[in-house]
Design a protein. Structure first.
Length: 287
């Protein structure tokens, strides 16, 4: 009978030992602050009951006060590395808060523009535009032209200016900003030059002591003798009746009246080299 009783007690001792092992393992987890899963909690309670029943059957067995779910849990001390990380995070947060409160709450137009310019959907292009540079007009006095007349000596031409811009567009292709990079004169303007006549023909005189024919206009001055003419039309604008040598007589056909009121100027006539005296009568471009 004693053998049978001993055989029946061995499984009970094994179950009790297993219950103690489960209880110890799960108790440590709770002590370390770990939360037991439902299955672990069920195993913990079952082990606790087995140990409690064993205490009632064998009073000498040490009674263990099982921890409950509301038992205080010990909090593990954080490591130095975690402390340093938390300090850095706190400092960064303070810096961000300081930066936010130091700025105006209402964004300015520049802030809005900057935000638009930094959008990933914006595109920036470099473009060039051209514009005219107006030419200037220079007026020069010319004593070879009769007063009140003008002649364009050089035609003015507008220049061209090229301006380079950096333009930013939004995602819809709308221009949102423009910045001038440089101005460049591509073609320089050409100034216009206009000759303004200042010559006034001298009054007619019958005084032969001044070296004039009684039938001719006064002699030209030395400066007038240096004048150059392309043809008789230009010469007659200044000397309406032509230029002749002193004492020359106009050769005319029968029935035509000779020109007698030409301007006497031997030097000017000689400077023409006879080019404008078709009939070689000593008078050029008589009219």
């Amino acid at each position: 009978m004693s053998h049978i009783k001993q055989a029946n007690e061995q499984p009970k001792d094994s179950a009790l030992s297993r219950a103690h092992q489960i209880y110890d393992i799960l108790s440590k987890k709770q002590s370390n602050g770990q939360t037991l899963s439902p299955i672990q909690l069920q195993a913990f309670n079952k082990a606790k009951n087995i140990i409690a029943q064993s205490d009632q059957t064998h009073p000498t067995t040490k009674k263990i006060d099982p921890p409950t779910e509301s038992s205080p849990k010990s909090t593990p001390k954080p490591s130095k590395k975690k402390i340093i990380v938390w300090i850095i995070i706190i400092l960064i947060g303070l810096m961000i808060l300081i930066g936010i409160f130091s700025q105006d709450d209402t964004p300015t137009n520049n802030d809005t523009q900057t935000a638009q310019n930094t959008s990933v959907d914006n595109t920036t292009k470099t473009i060039t535009e051209t514009s005219d540079i107006p030419f200037k007009t220079e007026r020069q006095e010319d004593n070879s032209l009769t007063k009140g007349t003008e002649k364009t000596m050089k035609t003015g031409i507008n220049g061209v200016k090229t301006t380079t811009y950096k333009v930013t567009y939004d995602s819809n292709g709308k221009e949102i900003s423009r910045e001038k990079i440089k101005d460049e004169i591509t073609i320089a303007p050409v100034d216009e030059i206009i000759a303004v006549g200042i010559y006034v023909a001298p009054a007619l005189s019958d005084d032969n002591d001044k070296g004039l024919n009684s039938n001719s206009t006064p002699a030209a001055t030395p400066s007038q003798a240096q004048q150059k003419f392309a043809n008789c039309s230009e010469l007659n604008e200044v000397y309406p009746h032509g230029i002749g040598k002193d004492g020359a007589k106009d050769h005319v056909s029968t029935g035509s009246a000779p020109v007698t009121n030409y301007t006497v100027n031997d030097a000017l006539y000689d400077s023409l080299n006879g080019n404008f005296d078709r009939d070689k009568d000593g008078i050029a471009c008589e009219a």
